[in-house]
Design a protein. Structure first.
Length: 314
């Protein structure tokens, strides 16, 4: 096995936490995979993987080596894709990070269409609310809501998402339904805070053409969008988030929109990738495909002022 094949094997083992699964994906015998990693560790003079009967995980040296390997293999894929005949049919591993709700409700239900168009691209999709260091972690592209503040990233706008303020029927039965923004002071919210530990974000409404913030009290704070909705369903307080996330709950009456006469600021959504990296064909075609997908989901509508927001959120 040559060095590049060994690097690919090592990356697969780390990502799949298994020699057997990595060997099966690469269609090589498990014994060959074990021998190749032993040779690599002997050549480098360090242990890269910790093995137990159930799990395989990288050592500290292995994690650092994994991150470098991802970059090396990405550069190799980009070099091959720069050839014109390859650029028309991009190949290689594409690492994407997106919020779990976008993955499950919008992107993954249509991912077979992307596969049919670009069978040479292998996707590795991670999801979460935490901030991602694209360069250090070898991620090619992230999908994030809000206005990005990192000047080292290129942002391509994918959508502007309408938001809604809502609560459970039980909450409204106990606290009453606010009929005017001035009544919000008597209410509670489920607090949402960024993974960086920043303070929670206020409710925001457009009043007389300007965005007004409402900082409300609350006894529950979360930094995960699914938990945010789960808390609202259990009557923990008002929440504000993109409407698509709670369409089913609103339709079924499990959540109820409030203050619908006042618009919530729209929330922009963008694909972000490192500015110092030439946009590879596989990233370009994925972002182009995403753009059409989100255009279908969020048809253009009358513009409403958008707000700065955390790089991840509900």
């Amino acid at each position: 096995m040559d060095r590049f094949d060994s690097l690919r094997l090592f990356v697969r083992i780390v990502e799949m936490s298994s020699f057997s699964r990595a060997a099966a994906v690469l269609e090589i015998p498990r014994a060959t995979a074990t021998h190749a990693i032993k040779e690599m560790e002997a050549r480098l003079g360090t242990r890269l993987l910790e093995r137990t009967t159930r799990h395989v995980r990288p050592t500290l040296d292995g994690q650092a080596f994994y991150e470098r390997c991802v970059h090396v293999l990405s550069e190799l894929d980009d070099a091959e894709s720069s050839l014109q005949h390859v650029a028309s049919n991009p190949r290689g591993v594409l690492r994407i990070d997106m919020h779990g709700t976008h993955a499950t409700k919008i992107v993954l239900p249509r991912i077979d269409d992307f596969r049919a168009r670009y069978p040479g691209i292998e996707l590795v999709v991670s999801s979460g609310d935490r901030l991602v260091d694209l360069v250090r972690e070898g991620v090619d592209c992230v999908i994030r809501a809000g206005n990005p503040h990192d000047s080292s990233l290129v942002a391509r706008r994918l959508a502007v998402m309408p938001q809604v303020v809502c609560a459970s029927p039980d909450y409204l039965a106990y606290f009453g339904t606010p009929r005017h923004p001035d009544e919000l002071s008597a209410h509670q919210v489920v607090k949402f805070f960024a993974s960086s530990g920043a303070v929670s974000y206020p409710l925001e409404l457009l009043i007389d053409g300007r965005v007004k913030e409402f900082v409300l009290d609350g006894w529950m704070s979360v930094n995960d969008a699914e938990n945010y909705v789960a808390c609202a369903l259990r009557g923990c307080g008002l929440i504000q988030l993109p409407r698509f996330h709670v369409e089913d709950e609103l339709r079924a009456g499990r959540l109820v929109e409030v203050l619908g006469a006042w618009d919530s600021p729209n929330l922009p959504l963008a694909a972000l990738y490192p500015s110092q990296r030439q946009l590879s064909p596989r990233v370009r075609v994925f972002i182009d495909w995403l753009g059409k997908l989100y255009e279908e989901k969020f048809a253009p509508r009358c513009p409403v002022a958008s707000r700065p927001a955390p790089s991840s959120g509900p």
